[in-house]
Design a protein around this ligand. Structure first.
Ligand code: SAM
Ligand code: SF4
Length: 331
């Protein structure tokens, strides 16, 4: 699939649920209303839709959410997608972004299904800060999940959102901790998605600043490792692990964008930072539309992929740039 700007779309991110067992302050409001079940695609429908994308050239799928691993029987979808890895014209990689709370239960099953790498979100090493950022999370549970994933054979990358005045003083410690446990680390700038309580401009911390502070203590070596997304990666000479910086606000990454995002209701967003979307649930559920019709709907959507996003965090404009929460589109 080639979009109007010549970009090859080979990466699909799928939000398998909008629900979550945590309520990270930058991601969700405390009293979120979640989607009624009938609106949400069944696991079989998600599998069929992913199959259509794979047939059109998608090589990498990331399951996300909400919290993907709290969806009941999600492992069945993981197994079914995992079975497509390595087949001719099939999937090359299946990955997951998770908050880690279910990993002690599911890590072995994920590995057995063909998953080899996961991202686990953990913004801090301080249990009290973790509790306040996630509103009720238990850091020990997430850490146990990370260790279970490592023991199962999964490569783990830690995702941490950079939050001014919250985890700002912890990045040196987190780099050391990741080095000790053989983990990569990615720092993420807050994005203006969804109404949350508090003022997002107060949380925004430009990673350019974080990077130059880190350079006072660490040697960050340039790498040409790229994922087609907004992350830039460096090798930390002292630990041998990678550190990534996801900087949608300070760096424009759209020229090499290779991805689209599917929500659990079958809505396809061609860009994380734009409202335009295509409804794939209607053709998926319409018995008169066969596989060819579904593929045609996906191909038509690709032609609408915009050139780039227009994120802006502005102190004079407290409303989010996009009303949609990250948990809807999937991070
Ligand atoms: N629940 C899973 C997790 O936390 O990893 C997967 C979904 S979560 C929405 C995916 C990623 O998006 C997480 O790393 C999270 O920290 C990040 N995220 C959520 N809201 C964000 C925001 N407003 N700005 C930047 N990153 C955000
Ligand atoms: Fe849940 Fe992930 Fe959002 Fe935190 S970032 S509330 S864990 S979906």
């Amino acid at each position: 699939m080639i979009d109007p700007f010549g970009r090859r779309i080979s990466y699909l991110r799928v939000s398998v649920t909008d629900r979550c067992d945590l309520r990270c302050t930058y991601c969700m409001a405390e009293d979120m209303t979640f989607l009624p079940k009938r609106e949400v695609l069944t696991l079989e429908e998600l599998d069929r839709l992913c199959g259509a994308f794979i047939g059109l050239g998608v090589e990498k799928i990331r399951l996300t959410g909400g919290e993907p691993l709290v969806r009941r029987n999600v492992i069945e979808l993981v197994r079914s997608l995992g079975a497509r890895i390595g087949t001719a014209g099939g999937l090359k990689e299946l990955t997951i972004t998770t908050n880690g709370t279910q990993l002690t239960k599911l890590a072995d099953d994920l590995y057995a299904a063909g998953v080899r790498r996961i991202n686990v979100s953990m913004d801090t090493l301080d249990p009290a800060v973790f509790k306040s950022v996630t509103r009720w999370g238990d850091l020990g549970k997430t850490m146990d999940g990370i260790f279970a994933a490592k023991a199962a054979g999964l490569a783990v990358k830690i995702n941490a959102v950079a939050l001014k005045g919250v985890n700002e003083g912890e990045y040196d410690r987190m780099l050391t901790w990741c080095g000790e446990h053989g983990l990569d680390l990615t720092l993420i700038e807050t994005m203006p998605l969804g109404a949350i309580s508090g003022d997002r401009a107060d949380q925004y911390l430009p990673l350019s600043m974080v990077r130059s502070r880190l350079r006072e203590h660490w040697t960050l070596e340039e790498t040409d490792y790229r994922t087609g997304g907004p992350a830039r990666y460096f090798t930390v000479k002292e630990t041998g692990r990678r550190i990534g910086f996801i900087t949608p606000m300070t760096h424009n990454f759209c020229e090499t964008c290779n991805r689209v995002r599917l929500t659990c209701t079958g809505t396809l967003y061609m860009c994380l930072g734009q409202e335009d979307a295509a409804d794939l649930r209607a053709p998926l559920r319409d018995p008169a539309v066969g596989e060819d019709g579904l593929r045609a709907a996906i191909e038509a959507a690709m032609l609408r992929k915009p050139k780039g996003h227009d994120f802006i965090i502005d102190r004079r404009q407290p409303a989010p740039a996009l009303a949609r929460h990250m948990s809807v589109t999937g991070g």
